[in-house]
Design a protein around this ligand. Structure first.
Ligand code: GLP
Length: 258
């Protein structure tokens, strides 16, 4: 695992965009996350598409998760969010942007179908991840099986409160979601977790330096052959080995890449 600590969120966004852009050089599947953490990276990708010709035309994109019970087209459904924040602004085929269907009356079958679609699409080259304040990735709340696949999860009250800012009241936040499992996420070839701000510092420290444990779902990064954590100084504030991570980044060998 490589931990890259950068002074500003903007620099982190550029680095995450670099990693995604290099995965886009050849046709393949990329894994997208919603939430505020990857937004700067998405803005940078849109800029590169407009100004530098970066193309998404050969890509399939799969989202991590979706709320259950929001009507199709609801503005806070992750299906709509990723369109608004990224895919409507680049040249990806809209039919190639996939997300679990939480709007129908059979979310259990929708979860199974999503897992199958992911397997059929082939390996996810780069999976973008945010992290919840309680260490969740996707919507895998603490206690999620480390080998889980796409399924229904029940949100913790903390996550519902954290996400209430996107709805007119906390009561409107759905209780259930469909999320890729930790086993699903682990199949991706490269995991890139990004976080900014002091409110993420404890979760980042638990994920990177705590035990590998279902109690901190993001700790699965420690078990992955290719994981990169891109954070700003504030999100790095509780890391014991922060100096070493900075030193490593400053002394990367030419061609070492990410
Ligand atoms: C939601 C999403 C996660 C995201 C997390 C953190 O719960 N399901 O994928 O990582 O929020 O969101 P933010 O990046 O806005 O802090």
């Amino acid at each position: 695992m490589e931990v890259v600590i950068l002074p500003t969120a903007e620099q982190g966004g550029k680095l995450v965009a670099d990693i995604i852009a290099s995965a886009l050089r050849t046709p393949g599947t990329i894994g997208l996350a919603t939430g505020s953490s990857p937004l700067l990276a998405y803005r940078e990708l849109i800029r590169r598409h407009r100004e530098e010709g970066l193309s998404f035309s050969g890509a399939q994109a799969f989202l991590l998760d979706e709320y259950v019970g929001l009507p199709f087209g609801h503005e806070q459904s992750y299906r709509q969010v990723i369109r608004r924040e990224l895919t409507d602004h680049v040249d990806i085929d809209p039919a190639a942007v996939h997300s679990p269907d939480g709007s129908g009356d059979d979310p259990l079958s929708a979860a199974e179908a999503y897992e199958k679609a992911l397997v059929a699409a082939g390996p996810v080259r780069v999976q973008v991840l945010g992290i919840g304040a309680n260490g969740h990735v996707g919507f895998n709340e603490p206690g999620s099986s480390l080998s889980s696949t796409t399924r229904i999860k029940t949100l913790t009250e903390q996550t519902r409160q954290d996400n209430a800012r996107f709805f007119s009241s906390a009561e409107e936040v759905p209780r259930h979601v469909i999320t890729q499992g930790l086993g699903t996420i682990r199949r991706a070839e490269h995991l890139v977790l990004t976080a900014v701000g002091e409110h993420k510092a404890a979760a980042v420290a638990a994920a990177v330096e705590g035990p590998l444990s279902a109690s901190c779902p993001a700790s699965i990064l420690q078990w992955h052959q290719h994981a990169t954590v891109v954070i700003d100084d504030a999100a790095a504030a509780q890391l014991h080995r922060a100096d070493y991570y900075r030193y490593t980044f400053e002394h990367k060998l030419t061609g070492q890449g990410f």
